[in-house]
Design a protein around this ligand. Structure first.
Ligand SMILES: CC(C)(COP(=O)(O)OP(=O)(O)OC[C@H]1O[C@@H](n2cnc3c(N)ncnc32)[C@H](O)[C@@H]1OP(=O)(O)O)[C@@H](O)C(=O)NCCC(=O)NCCS
Length: 192
């Protein structure tokens, strides 16, 4: 089982509780124009009851070990939700996990997503023994592609018409990182 609380110098990643509704809803509402472009669930008529439903489902998914969602906070302001990051197993046999994320719009371009994904990579590779981690990124989502690049992921190819977003079937790039690539990149970073 993943740990319910992960920390970096700047960030705290914690599993959701019912008390997180207000701050999560505020983050979603203030970021809808950006989230709406790439995430099917982020409809412009998104309501607080959708947030309640998300938290209920997230708590249930942890219990059933289906998926693990974390609320991203800063050490400085731990009560303010600044983004979501989640992972789930896509292949038990292949030991493959997928990560998904978003960051509230007034906190983007500060390295938050890269730092949060890096924290989950440590958990998936070092603690949980996954062999491969993948990201599926809509073609044209340059900020998300950049996160994958910065963390050393390789673009494997394009998944055609992978997701229906606002009525359009959108191609997605499949990016992946192997456990040995993760370890050798981090070893290089500490000895450089
Ligand atoms: C994608 C997203 C999570 C990135 O979060 P973030 O915290 O800003 O990410 P980081 O700051 O760690 O890195 C973003 C990188 O993309 C770059 N970037 C941002 N917007 C960009 C754009 N339009 N074109 C090219 N690069 C861009 C940033 O400059 C940064 O790179 P740098 O460090 O080399 O300067 C955030 O933009 C977001 O939530 N978008 C909407 C939802 C979404 O797309 N989720 C991902 C679905 S796969």
């Amino acid at each position: 089982m993943p740990r319910p609380l992960l920390e970096t110098n700047r960030l705290v990643l914690q599993r959701f509780t019912r008390k997180d509704s207000t701050t999560l809803d505020d983050a979603i509402r203030s970021s809808l124009p950006e989230l709406n472009q790439w995430l099917p669930w982020a409809r412009m008529d998104y309501t607080p009851s959708d947030t309640h439903a998300f938290i209920r489902e997230s708590i249930q998914a942890w219990k059933e070990e289906r998926a693990w969602d974390y609320s991203i906070r800063t050490q400085e302001e731990p009560r303010r939700h600044i983004g979501n990051i989640s992972f789930w197993t896509v292949s038990k046999l292949g030991k493959i996990a997928e990560i998904g994320y978003w960051v509230r719009s007034d906190e983007t371009k500060r390295g938050v997503c890269t730092e949060a994904v890096n924290a989950l990579l440590a958990e998936t590779f070092n603690s949980l023994g996954y062999h491969k981690v993948v990201l599926r990124i809509a073609v044209g989502n340059d900020a998300s592609d950049r996160v994958a690049e910065k963390l050393g992921f390789t673009r494997e190819g394009v998944l055609r018409e992978e997701l229906l977003i606002r009525g359009n079937w959108v191609d997605h790039s499949l990016w992946s990182l192997l456990d040995r690539e993760y370890r050798s990149a981090r070893r290089g970073a500490t000895t450089a």
